[in-house]
Design a protein around this ligand. Structure first.
Ligand code: ATP
Length: 335
């Protein structure tokens, strides 16, 4: 039933004109009654659908920020990213869900989306605040042919994709705090956590999962916990506009599909590096590198083709910073 609903919604959304009941039946191979039932369900959910005898149905308006499997699927315009989509109202964290599906053989591009996470994860065992009804939480499974050494670049590919999609949909100027955070006006709106599973011989990647959390419609800083208020923000706070999460998610997946394709051709960031660097927060400024082996400062100059941050120390020595255990800060604050 769910598939019928997504399919019918997709047909209605993609058609400028009326779609006749017969056309829907033929295209989806279902009965008139089935179409009629789904249309009624959609109306009950708040979709405004006009039905005109002899012409058919037309989608006039969707409910504001409708966030469901059918709504997201009807907005996708990708070939593989999100083509298999699993939606949960609530889950612990979408990364373990995606890993479980991948273990069971889920194809490249499978995406798990949740409206709420009860145990959202950040890097190094940290947590990600994940309230319901406000944000995007999703994890995509990728099955690369490249070697495990290259995996960390996928985080940068995702960061660039999310930053570009947000800017396209909201017009906000987005920066990337290397390697994996997206900032708007100096505050964090997105976190990304990539995890890898290797074959038992540890020489090949079985799959990767890239998990993304985006603060979208939080109304004010009050909605974040006390400790995050100084560093976190949402797209609504920054743009003053309520956003459709399904539309933004579809754009993120489209951008990721395209950028991942560019990355995969060379298995390096040569085709994306300039765009990534143009968004790099703190570029040509002094940054603090919080390396567990010892903190230091230097000038951030950009990234290498394999995704390391290039930092020029005061001594003149150039260091390549590998992601993983390291966080980067501005000299006087978060960015
Ligand atoms: P950083 O460099 O910001 O310390 P990180 O890349 O090491 O971050 P992430 O895994 O991206 O860490 O995110 C986890 C951290 O992000 C948490 O420790 C917390 O400080 C912060 N955080 C948690 N939830 C949110 C949220 N919803 N919005 C913004 N920041 C959050």
């Amino acid at each position: 039933m769910k598939t019928d609903k997504s399919d019918i919604l997709t047909c209605l959304r993609n058609s400028e004109d009326y779609v006749s009941g017969q056309q829907l039946c033929d295209r989806l191979g279902v009965s008139r009654t089935a179409v009629w039932k789904v249309i009624n369900q959609l109306k009950e959910e708040g979709y405004r659908i006009e039905s005109v005898p002899s012409r058919g149905y037309r989608l006039v308006e969707s409910p504001a920020d409708m966030y469901s499997e059918s709504e997201i699927v009807s907005r996708l315009h990708t070939k593989w990213a999100g083509k298999r989509l699993v939606f949960f109202e609530s889950t612990g964290s979408t990364n373990p869900d995606a890993k479980r599906l991948a273990e069971e053989g889920a194809p490249h591009g499978t995406t798990v989306v949740a409206d709420r996470q009860t145990a959202g994860k950040g890097r190094r065992g940290r947590s990600w605040e994940s309230p319901a009804g406000r944000a995007i939480y999703f994890t995509i499974v990728v099955r690369p042919a490249f070697i495990p050494d290259k995996a960390s670049m996928v985080t940068l590919v995702m960061a660039l994709s999310v930053a570009e999609a947000i800017q396209k949909v909201t017009g906000l100027s987005t920066g990337i705090k290397w390697p994996n955070d997206i900032v708007v006006n100096g505050k964090k709106v997105v976190g990304i956590l990539t995890e890898m599973s290797m074959t038992p011989e540890m020489n090949e990647i079985q799959f990767l999962v890239a998990g993304v959390g985006v603060n979208v419609n939080q109304e004010s800083g009050e909605e974040f916990s006390e400790e995050l208020r100084k560093t976190a923000t949402s797209l609504k706070i920054e743009s003053g506009r309520q956003l459709d999460r399904a539309e933004l998610l579809a754009e993120i997946l489209a951008q990721f599909e395209e950028n991942y394709g560019t990355f995969e051709r060379m298995v390096n960031l040569s085709g994306l590096r300039e765009r990534y660097e143009s968004r790099l927060a703190g570029r040509n400024a002094v940054v603090r590198v919080l390396d567990p082996a010892g903190e230091y400062t230097g000038i951030s100059r950009g990234i290498t083709e394999t995704g390391e941050l290039i930092v020029e120390k005061e001594t003149g020595e150039t260091v390549l910073v590998y992601a993983g255990e390291v966080s980067v800060r501005g000299l006087y604050g978060y960015v």
